[in-house]
Design a protein around this ligand. Sequence first.
Ligand code: NAI
Length: 674
Amino acid sequence: MAQLSYVSGSVGLITLQNPPVNVLSAATRQGIMESMKKALNDPKVKSVVICGQNGVFCAGADIKEFGPNISGPSIVPLIYDIEVANKPVVAAIEGSALGGGLELALTCHYRIAHSKTRLGLPEVTLGLLPGAGGTQLLPRLIGIPASLELITTGRHITAAEALQLGLVDHVTQSDTVDSAVKFALSVEGEPLDSRRISKRPCPHLPDLDAVFEAVMQKARALQYSFFAQRAVGRWSMPSGASWNTSKARPVHRAAVLGLGTMGRGITVALAQAGVSVVAVEIQEKQLNEAREHVYATLERGAQQSGVSPSCANITYSHDIQAVADVDLVIEAVLEDLSLKEKVFQQLSAICKPGTLLCSNTSSLDLNCLASQTKNPELVVGMHFFAPAHVMKLLEVVYGSKSSPEAVATAMQLGKKMGKISVAVGNCRGFVGNRMLKPYIEQSYFLLEEGATPELVDKALEEFGFPMGVFRMSDLSGLDVGWRVRKEDGLAEPVGTSGQITRLRGGRRYSPLGDILCEHGRFGQKTGLGWYQYGRPGGRVAKSDPWVFNLLEEYRARLGLTARPIDQQEVLERCLYSLINEGLCILEEGFASSPEDIDVIYVFGYGWPKHRGGPMFYASMVGLATVLERLDHYYRSNPDVPSLKPCKLLRQLVASGSPPVHKWKEITKKIQNRL
Ligand code: NAI
């Protein structure tokens, strides 16, 4: 299971041979031990390279051997023997080095990795700790904070990150074993003491307790997130209907109406879940493009997961009559109320009795759509996120007449499609987008007051969002919000001269986003937004002096003086206003629990998982602190209602800031009083 060969005159090459991923079974351990012994005793061998067969270094321990009676040599002395060897030992790491595989690499004196390698200590995901030196060697090599993060999350890292952390010595794009052999030749005869990681002192950290406390908090948040994901399946509606009293109907055949960005992704997700799909699109060109796109996406997906594509399950049509005998329809036509109302009238007339009618609308009132049908109890929202076949979150929106059975069916279908489905009430923007509004609004206000898009994004990205608010807005398209603001009568033409007004209906309003759109800057799709992207569709954001000039001119026109704004203020204003909106949603009963909100934010909006979600984060920061800061900002911005702390927040603080799982008792009391 491990073979010794001789290469380049003086290098002993030990190849792990335990397909498919060279796990450290008893026979493999025995093989490594014997090969090492032979190589070290052979005077012709001046250095050793350890690699794995079939492009994989080693995926760790053999889980089949877990249990009290492990046979064969233990891994610990084997690893010790490698470290004390008096000839340089180089790990040639390809594919993956995980768990015991990474520990094996850590005992080698040098590590050369291929650029596509993944490394990590995933033991924690199996309820274990690295037991073959990983907890001792890794901190000595890359420091305590980075090691704690890797060990407690089990996260896999890329070769590039491993190089940056100092976990590997060199990353190669070419043949890893060749590179490692050349490297081994170059270090033959050199002293090895400094290369033996266990001999290094453990790094000293003055604030060790704080580092451990931060890690404990992360671990607590991850644990919370895990249980929250399960809790959202136990949904309930204000009527008292819930998951355990409502039966889902089977959905064998579904229709998707409108094959634009969303409809295509939804079609893919349904087909991948084994549901037959009738895909309807009125525009011939869109229909053909969608057919190709769906086919290619399914092919790619099938190749990646090694299964056969499910194209046979999809029929395409440009005639809405084709949906007549499906069990469920998901409407994904343009976001236009009168169009959708007409579509729902048609669906109600065409579909067989009992067909569930779902809308993917992100902002329209579900009750208006339901009122167009003969059976409003069969109408629910299924709000997917783009790209719909990738994003995990599904908001299942119940209107005032939606039946528990309809909600149960949409929740069940979401589950079948691999989504994390959360049942929410029918308020403007539902839960996710409603909370996003004050977050974006604050980011605009911060620009008016002196911040730059870079400063705001940096604060949010360091907090853990994959993208700051401006980068994210550029990606989703600035024109979408502009259209909604125009429809709401908020966005007025600003032009290059004349009066800019910053109040709408007595509330502070920033027209900065509208100004960008007036200049045709819609984000990545036009190549220009809050950043510049080089070309339409470009993805790499670069600072744009045009935006800085705009901000300066804008402030000058309004007589505003820019003031220094720090990251703390960015976080407090953007995140606490979002949290406050979430608490309003709970207070009003549009979400039934804080877990629902947190899951929506982690799986739909990039909220960092290790911070649990906005509600959990608020409880970690301390609800009293959140309340005090909101009070503070609201005092200086009385025309910004989203900064006014909501009743529930005050009530929670007055009740001694109970932990998240106890909030329900208080929300219930408030809801009963409303
Ligand atoms: P889109 O503009 O890309 O696609 C809409 C498609 O519907 C077009 O191909 C259009 O020809 C077709 N269509 C219009 N009337 C039709 C009819 N009567 N029958 C069949 N097809 C018809 O729009 P997109 O972005 O896919 O949005 C669709 C819905 O999804 C909207 O309600 C939107 O608010 C919602 N949504 C969009 C998200 C996004 O990120 N784009 C995210 C979540 C929801």
